[in-house]
Ligand binder design. Structure first.
Ligand SMILES: NC(=O)c1ccc[n+]([C@@H]2O[C@H](COP(=O)([O-])OP(=O)(O)OC[C@H]3O[C@@H](n4cnc5c(N)ncnc54)[C@H](OP(=O)(O)O)[C@@H]3O)[C@@H](O)[C@H]2O)c1
Length: 324
């Protein structure tokens, strides 16, 4: 079933990306086997874009789910759009391809459709995801992100990644890559937190002006159980204004939250490991929010960030100090 073919966006390198992606990161306490089961359901429902990452420690399960769905004839490899992300331990240019190959092996794939720099902070190479010194301080690595980008370009040329992009970059960091002397390929996308309470309108305008897709994560307000998410923040899906609009369209708050971003021209990610919600989140292509609804929803923005990633706050590349 080539369900997502009609719902794709053309990237600046000529490839296409389905505009609704299935998120795969879950709180540490959730068993890794859950993602395998959920992804199989998601592929059955019609999702073709899978957002994974080395950091999520579940690429083996994702690879198994994809293999099963190819083996039973539900999809072919080229129906699937699979993303992975390079974590900071692999930012030295000589380690980038190794980082990608580690993910490819776990995913049982010969290439990913999209490979992203996950977060613009380099960390000490090695197995530890958050390497710390004896005082418990994070050990950073001094790597020029432009050299990391050049190594990603080589991965694209080697056919290991069809497209390359970034995640959690601010405007200045995007400009640094775009203005890099000898740039061969622009990032096709910047994947960032984006939802009704953090609508990223300036970053969106900037990305549109450069033909870079903005991909939104946390659209449903994420999950406060996640280690990286700020606790006790307002819950998007309980927002009364959102719920009035949802009721008017006889849709759920989640469907309207997703549809809002799609109508703004973003690619959206939605994570659910619950079968009913996996289906619900996919039912966003058969209704339309009015211009008034969109305006009302624009008004909910309050620049509230669930993922502050404060581990990295004292690093010069920490991306969230600037306005956007
Ligand atoms: N690049 C990055 O740095 C970065 C950071 C964060 C996330 N991401 C990616 O983006 C994906 C999405 O972000 P996210 O997982 O943080 O958050 P999200 O998709 O905004 O929200 C997920 C949460 O919403 C619940 N949910 C899903 N559908 C729902 C519905 N219809 N009604 C009510 N609740 C619903 C889920 O619960 P159940 O599972 O129990 O249904 C889960 O707790 C991630 O999985 C990951 O792939 C990337």
């Amino acid at each position: 079933m080539r369900a997502m073919r009609h719902f794709s966006v053309k990237l600046n390198d000529g490839h296409s990306m389905p505009i609704l992606g299935f998120g795969t990161s879950a709180p540490d306490k959730v068993s890794k086997s859950k993602v395998e089961e959920a992804l199989e359901r998601a592929i059955d429902v019609g999702y073709r874009h899978i957002d994974s990452a080395y950091l999520y420690l579940n690429e083996e399960e994702i690879g198994r789910a994809i293999r099963k769905k190819i083996a039973n004839g539900t999809v072919k490899r080229d129906d699937i759009f699979c993303t992975s992300k390079l974590w900071g331990n692999f930012f030295r240019p000589e380690l980038v391809q190794t980082g990608l190959e580690v993910s490819l092996k776990k995913l049982q794939l010969s290439y990913v459709d999209l490979f992203l720099i996950h977060f613009p902070v380099a960390l000490k190479p090695g197995e530890e995801i958050l390497p710390k010194d004896t005082d418990g301080k994070l050990i950073f690595d001094a790597v020029d992100l432009c050299t990391t980008w050049e190594a990603l370009e080589k991965c694209k040329e080697a056919g290991l990644a069809k497209s390359i992009g970034v995640s959690n970059f601010n405007c200045k960091q995007l400009e640094m890559i775009l203005n890099k002397p000898g740039l061969k390929y622009k990032p096709v996308c910047n994947q960032v937190e984006c939802h009704l309470y953090l609508n990223q309108s300036k970053l969106l305008d900037f990305c549109k002006s450069k033909d870079i897709v903005l991909t939104a994560y946390g659209v449903l307000g994420s999950d406060p159980e996640k280690e990286w998410v700020t606790k006790n923040y307002p819950v998007i899906l309980e927002d009364p204004v959102l719920n009035v609009i949802a009721e008017k369209h006889q849709r759920t708050a989640a469907q309207v939250a997703l549809r809002y971003q799609l109508q703004r021209g973003l690619v959206v990610l939605a994570k659910s490991f619950t079968e009913k919600r996996i289906r619900e989140n996919f039912q966003v292509f058969d209704f339309q929010l009015t211009p008034e609804d969109m305006k009302t929803l624009d008004g909910l923005n309050r620049n509230l960030r669930y993922f502050k990633d404060t581990y990295f706050a004292d690093h010069p590349n920490y991306p969230f100090n600037d306005e956007y």
